[in-house]
Ligand binder design. Structure first.
Ligand code: GTP
Length: 603
């Protein structure tokens, strides 16, 4: 296929604006999947995506379409809409020349629409603006077009109007993609060079790399070399995704395809790396670098004998999610484990759910935290000797207050778009979360765009959910890094029957210490099952107790409902009870269910 007849594009939008539905219609229209096959959202293939109804991984499909008598190859990438997965969007854009910017005709432009639009503009990509869901009765396409004009300078006459659900206007999207998105700027005559922009693990073939070929041509059995590691690999198989894998003899510049070449793990297959032919000098193919994680949590095997298996599962997952970082960690109660960095709480939950569903691992996850920066008054007194500052995300390592001169916490610049009816509540929430308003602009008569500087620790847990529920789902939020600022922090310890549980301790702002303490002990009273002994739950700063709750002693007799003496039935119930207990961890002789560490933070 000549380069002039190739188009590479992503579909970008806010959550639930219909990206995956539009991608399905495009696949149907071009014959890549059967029409009305009863399948929904073919590109959302992960179990976690189907269960949660959201896209978490960008997915690629190569489709063919005839336009004015010529056959075109379109490489389409369906991206996630949630802010926690924006790394997937940046990664996908590195392999594109244009985007379809999809906006819901009912909900209009939302915070993630703005963020994704700017990502595309930074990369100077062509934008095809599309309004979706025009079939819905109360849709207001004219107003949304006006908003797009105000916020992005897009001419309302250029905006396509479609219903991805019914298929209305979808063929015009393909026509517009071909006409307005430029063909890839690549050179076929020069030596082979390609960007790895996604990878995942296959049980039989090792790491599979999704590549975007910038120069030259690649054929099976050629030897390729990684620019980052300098290692050489033989190309075992080449295929394109349509969206199922289709073997092809080779890939030419401008094409997107999948190669297997005996790479084994995330240290060999690096997303953002460049590959070239063996022993040929090459420069980096793309300017993609993964986003930095902002939320950190300890991950430990429930049983130390599963340490190696968990390490291998984490490694395979990281291959597929390059934004996650790993460092070795250890805890007196939980043993050897790792400290993982994520882009948000949903990202962390999805990662852990995928660890369980796709790799059968059952890890214990400790309370997530952001990275605080401390200026030390006496660096010699603590472990990191000789250094004036210390970055800390593990509350258990928080030094004694007399060793700390200054505390700094990370900030974000948040963009909130809300209907004017809810402005009061939204401002109230931002003030409660220690936010400072920077600006406020009326998008139109009914909606307002506000910018707030907020401490990152205040938004990672439930800010988004609260915002959604208080605005009946209409307000939206996205954020970007805004550096560090001076703060006053304390370490809040949780004691169970007088013994501190390191895994539950948290770093909190001093103004929030009492309310967080109260909330945590109440939540723990709910989450920890009654046991043979009475349990005292205390939240303390140093020796000062801020809140206390008690769980009364109780023995659950699982066999109480049994009549008569059927021994096998009795044994079965006791066995089930023992299995359940295995899933708990012992702290101060108290059994704590292993999901408690995350659940205790949810309000
Ligand atoms: P994320 O990937 O999670 O960001 O979502 P998405 O943007 O891919 O949205 P998705 O395609 O999952 O659609 C979200 C919901 O909107 C689904 O319930 C779709 O059935 C519905 N939907 C999508 N397009 C249309 C449309 O044109 N009309 C109507 N009425 N509903 C639509």
């Amino acid at each position: 296929m000549p380069v002039q007849r190739i188009r590479n594009f992503s579909i970008i939008a806010h959550v639930d604006h219909g990206k995956s539905t539009l991608a399905d219609r495009l696949l149907e229209l071009t014959g890549a999947i059967a029409r009305n096959a009863g399948q929904h959202q073919v590109l959302d293939s992960l179990q976690v995506e189907r269960e949660r109804g959201i896209t978490v991984k960008a997915q690629t499909a190569s489709i063919f379409h005839r336009h004015k008598g010529q056959l075109y190859l379109l490489n389409l990438i369906d991206t996630p809409g949630h802010v926690d997965f924006s790394n997937e969007v940046s990664r996908s854009l590195a392999a594109c020349d244009g985007v379809v910017l999809l906006v819901d005709a009912c909900h209009g432009v939302q915070a993630q629409t703005v963020a994704n639009y700017h990502l595309a503009k930074q990369r100077q990509l062509a934008v095809v603006p599309v309004l979706n869901k025009i079939d819905i009765k109360h849709a207001n396409p004219d107003q949304v077009c006006q908003d797009m004009k105000l916020l992005f300078g897009i001419d309302p006459n250029e905006v396509l109007r479609v219903s991805a659900k019914l298929g209305t206007g979808v063929s015009e999207v393909l026509e517009r993609v071909i006409e307005t998105i430029p063909p890839p700027q690549v050179q076929r005559e020069s030596d082979f060079r390609a960007l790895i922009f996604d990878s995942w693990f296959d049980k039989y073939r090792g790491a599979l790399n999704l590549i975007y070929v910038l120069n030259g041509k690649l054929e099976q059995n050629q030897d390729i070399q990684s620019l980052a590691t300098k290692k050489v690999y033989p190309v075992k198989s080449i295929s394109v995704l349509r969206p199922a894998e289709c073997p092809v003899p080779g890939l030419s510049a401008g094409q997107v395809g999948l190669i297997a070449c005996n790479m084994r793990n995330s240290k060999e297959s690096i997303v953002g790396d460049t590959i070239h032919l063996k022993n040929q000098a090459a420069s980096a193919a793309g300017s993609y670098s993964p986003q930095q994680p902002i939320v950190f949590a300890g991950v430990f095997p429930a049983d130390q004998s599963k340490h190696v298996a968990l390490r291998s599962a984490i490694d395979k997952m990281i291959l597929n999610d390059s934004a996650v970082t790993v460092k070795v960690d250890s805890s007196p109660a939980l043993g050897q484990g790792w400290r993982l960095g994520f882009l948000g709480l949903l990202h962390m939950e999805v990662f852990c759910q995928r660890l369980e569903q796709e790799h059968g691992a059952e890890p214990i996850i400790t309370a997530p935290s952001v990275t605080y920066r401390l200026v030390l008054s006496n660096p010699k007194m603590i472990r990191q000797q000789g250094r004036d500052t210390m970055d800390i995300s593990n509350a258990a390592l928080f030094p004694e207050p007399h060793c700390i001169k200054e505390y700094y916490e990370p900030l974000v610049l948040g963009t909130i778009i809300t209907p004017t009816d809810y402005v009061g509540q939204v401002i109230g929430l931002c003030v409660e979360r220690r936010g400072l308003q920077q600006s406020s602009v009326n998008i139109d008569e009914t909606r307002i765009l506000m910018k707030y500087v907020l401490p990152l620790s205040e938004i990672i847990l439930d800010f988004h959910d609260r915002l959604k529920s208080m605005s009946s789902g209409y307000a939206s939020f996205s954020y970007e890094d805004h550096g560090y600022h001076l703060s006053h922090l304390v370490r809040l310890d949780i004691h169970l029957n007088g013994k501190p549980v390191e895994e539950l301790c948290r770093i909190v702002h001093v103004s929030k210490a009492t309310s967080v303490a109260r909330q945590m002990v109440l939540k723990l009273r709910e989450l920890i099952p009654k046991q043979m002994v009475q349990i005292a739950i205390q939240a303390c700063i140093g020796s000062k107790v801020l809140a206390r709750e008690t769980i009364k002693a109780y023995r659950k007799d699982v066999t109480a409902k049994l009549y008569g003496g059927d021994v096998t039935r009795r044994m079965k119930l006791l066995k089930q009870q023992a299995e359940g207990k295995k899933k708990m961890r012992m702290f101060a002789n108290i059994r704590v269910p292993h999901e408690t560490f995350i659940n205790v933070l949810k309000r």
